[in-house]
Write a protein that binds this ligand. Structure first.
Ligand code: ADP
Ligand code: MG
Length: 298
């Protein structure tokens, strides 16, 4: 009897060790999420609304999505969503919190991490602190198949650190000449640093498909001719009153107005992005990415 009980315990123990080692392995091999930076030359062109609604559209395809609000100047993912994060990346950087403690759950299960002004603290950190921090970032892969980063606008160091570190960048632009000029400056800067990047243009606030197309072609032709940079077409979002209505309601338009033109546009773009991934699977580890962001930033 005694013998049987102790054998049972032994079996249970072995099973536990076995299960733990499986859990250990799966943690080690959690694949790195796909990282996409969303940026623009000019501010106010619709990055935040696009990023959040795209995140929700992707989550509807059963993708796990984490949005990082890295716009240091005008961080406003939380305002658009009406969710207030208690902690930001600053808490992780300072070591007060783990990554999962600063994540807020948004609509349809998307996770949001607010950058706060945390990045500025990186400048004073030792190499050991940086290494520890980057190890912590690795945990993000448990929550994300896709990480969307709202980087903010313009050619500042913080924006460029993210943009130059990522393999995939979406530049948001509107048909206004000022937005086009500023988008061109962004594309030029990216091209001077990295010709091989997957660079995609999203034209927002187009009054017609034709206007969207013209805007894309202007930038594509100039990028081809003067920069030798390949600019892919991601798609167009129509000028649509449902965007500002949803901002006022602090509800994403893909949830509040799923049948609006702009929601249909977002759906198409989400499909395109997931299909693109099947075509050219880019390998970028989250560790490699965050390492690069931090070294560019410092
Ligand atoms: N497709 C659109 N149609 C109509 N208005 C839009 C559209 N996209 C953005 N806007 C307006 O532009 C404002 C700024 O958008 P936002 O996403 O905050 O820009 P950014 O993050 O680039 O600064 C929104 O509050 C909304 O009023
Ligand atoms: Mg914004």
């Amino acid at each position: 009897m005694q013998d049987q009980a102790s054998r049972l315990r032994e079996i249970i123990n072995q099973k536990r060790i076995f299960n733990n080692s499986i859990a250990e392995k799966s943690r080690e091999t959690t694949p790195s999420a796909r990282i996409i930076c969303v940026t623009s030359g000019k501010g106010g062109v619709g990055k935040t609304n696009f990023t959040l609604n795209l995140a929700i559209a992707l989550s509807k395809q059963n993708k796990k999505v984490v949005v990082i609000d890295a716009d240091l100047g005008l961080a406003n993912v939380d305002i658009v969503l009406g969710v207030l994060p208690k902690y930001t990346l600053l808490n992780v950087i300072r070591g007060d919190k783990e990554l999962d403690e600063v994540m807020v759950t948004g609509p349809n299960g998307i996770k949001i991490i607010s950058g706060g002004s945390g990045l500025l603290d990186l400048i004073d950190m030792s190499q050991q602190q940086i290494t520890n921090l980057i190890d912590k970032f690795e945990a993000i892969n448990e929550y994300a198949d896709i990480i969307l980063i709202d980087t903010g606008a313009g050619l500042s160091k913080s924006v460029l650190s993210f943009v130059l570190a990522a393999h995939e960048v979406i530049v948001v632009c509107t048909p206004e000449p000022t937005a086009i000029t500023d988008a061109y400056a962004m594309i030029k800067t990216i091209g001077l640093n990295d010709k091989g990047k997957q660079l995609k243009l999203l034209v927002n606030r187009a009054e017609s498909i034709n206007e969207g197309k013209m805007t894309y072609e202007k930038l594509k032709n100039a990028s081809d001719k003067f920069l030798n940079v390949k600019l892919e077409k991601l798609g167009y979002l129509m000028e649509d009153v449902h965007v500002s209505r949803s901002v006022k309601l602090q509800q994403p338009f893909v949830i509040q107005f799923p049948n609006s033109p702009v929601s249909k546009n977002i759906e198409l773009i989400a499909n395109k992005l997931t299909n693109d991934q099947i075509e050219n699977d880019v390998e970028q580890t989250t560790k490699g990415f965050f390492n690069k962001v931090i070294s560019l930033f410092r």
